[in-house]
Design a protein around this ligand. Structure first.
Ligand code: DGL
Length: 266
């Protein structure tokens, strides 16, 4: 099967990596919309338009299954992607499911971009999956540029996280027991966040949960002897290649640049 994955940029490579690790026999095609990143500060209408164009591009390439790896796009565009010829999996439902499934979860925190948090999408999913659970949300917009700079293990990253999450740190009276990393970039910050928040807070990686959530469509499909992996970007191939190697754990990556302008009328 050919699994299509899109994100606003490099962050979705955390989801792609999780998918490749979980399903090594299947081919993947990734689109990073680097010309229009970030989505996290844009309006709902714009994010939906971009998501529809990215989807059209991936369907034109013949993908059998589509993964919306971007939390912001998943927060706003899943309804508008219904009824397509390929199944569509977003990151919010799997992330919320993994958080809600924790036996001890009684207070779930969610961090994400400003747009994801503003959408209320995680709160709706969590309230449906675990009625009565307490939910606290927080936008952490500086986390994305920190990861893009490769600064995830620096004192600056730690200081910024401590500022955003000040009332959830050890010793605070009302901490979440579970924290959803509700943005593509945040799994990269996981070691620092785990250390900062301590072992009592269970961190939920929506990337890994999403890789597991494609099982119903892939479970029965035979893998390929030599799966093929292609990476498309809409701009800035050089910076993406560097970050791509880091996030995918590869020595080098080959990129193809695609122009979305012909799809812009959608
Ligand atoms: N991919 C986005 C997300 O998961 C983060 C980067 C952006 O703002 O575009 O929400």
């Amino acid at each position: 099967m050919l699994i299509g994955v899109f994100d606003s940029g490099i962050g979705g490579l955390t989801v792609l990596r999780a998918i490749r690790e979980a399903w090594p026999g299947h081919s993947t095609l990734y689109l990073g919309d680097t010309a229009r990143v970030p989505y996290g500060s844009k309006s709902a209408a714009t994010v939906v338009r971009y998501a529809r164009q990215n989807t059209r591009f991936l369907l034109d390439q013949g993908v059998d299954l589509l993964v919306v790896a971007c939390n912001t796009a998943s927060a706003y565009a899943m309804d508008s992607l219904a009824g397509l010829p390929a199944p569509v999996v977003g990151v919010i439902e799997p992330g919320a499911r993994a958080a809600a499934a924790g036996a001890a979860a009684s207070h779930i925190g969610v961090i994400g971009t400003a747009a994801t948090i503003r959408s209320g999408a995680y709160e709706r999913a969590l309230a449906r999956l675990r009625p009565g659970v307490r939910i606290s949300v927080r936008a952490c917009p500086l986390f994305v540029p920190l990861v893009e700079e490769g600064w995830e293990a620096t004192p600056i990253a730690r200081a910024i996280a401590a500022e955003y999450l000040a009332d959830w740190l050890p010793g605070a009276p009302d901490r979440p027991d579970t924290l959803v990393l509700g943005c593509t970039h945040y799994p990269v910050l996981r070691p620092m966040l785990a250390e900062l928040l301590g072992p009592e807070v269970r961190l939920i990686d929506a990337a890994r949960a999403t890789a597991a959530a494609v099982a119903p469509w892939l479970g029965g499909a035979a893998g390929e002897a030599v799966p093929r992996h292609r990476l498309f970007v809409t701009d800035g191939a050089e910076g993406f290649a560097r970050a791509g190697c880091r996030l995918l754990g590869q020595e080098n990556v080959e990129l193809e640049v695609v122009d979305m302008t012909p799809l812009a009328a959608d």
